[in-house]
Design a protein around this ligand. Structure first.
Ligand code: FES
Length: 148
């Protein structure tokens, strides 16, 4: 029998990295999936402009969990500017094949990461790049629409 998910997806789903809550996070990002309503919380700890620790809590399908796990692995140790460049293509490169109907699940990760970095910038009065501000507004709007 051929499984719907690749071995990599199953590995990360069954043994996710960096899963759990973080107390006293420096930045928190929340992103919802407009297609299915699933939601991801991402917590970052920042030191010297680097993500020194990262954790996620995701209420979602196996792909969303695997995406969260890979994303946290990719972002850990990166500077904030490097982490902002991570997108779902980088995540899919690690995960391999994802069924086409599950492609929407892969965007949850970088949205939540961008939101966590946005939150950190805001709390620390840092200059926020224009594109990040725009993306933040879109995510906020989407989250509101979902909850009405
Ligand atoms: S079905 Fe909701 S994130 Fe995958």
């Amino acid at each position: 029998m051929k499984y719907l998910y690749s071995k990599k997806v199953m590995d990360h789903f069954l043994h996710p990295k960096n899963m759990g809550h973080m107390k006293n996070a420096d930045g928190i990002g929340i992103a919802g999936n407009p297609v299915c309503g699933d939601i991801m919380y991402l917590y970052i700890k920042v030191k010297d402009n680097k993500i020194v620790d990262i954790k996620f809590e995701t209420l979602g399908c196996p792909v969303a969990i695997a995406v969260s796990s890979v994303l946290t692995d990719l972002a850990k140790g990166k500077t904030l500017e490097e982490a902002l460049k991570i997108d779902n293509k980088d995540i899919l490169k690690v995960l391999g094949e994802v069924p086409p109907i599950k492609m929407h699940c892969s965007v949850l990760g970088d949205d939540a990461l961008h939101e966590a970095i946005y939150d950190y910038y805001k709390k620390n009065n840092k200059q926020i790049p224009e594109w990040l501000e725009k993306k933040h507004q879109q995510i906020i709007k989407r989250n509101k629409e979902e909850h009405h």
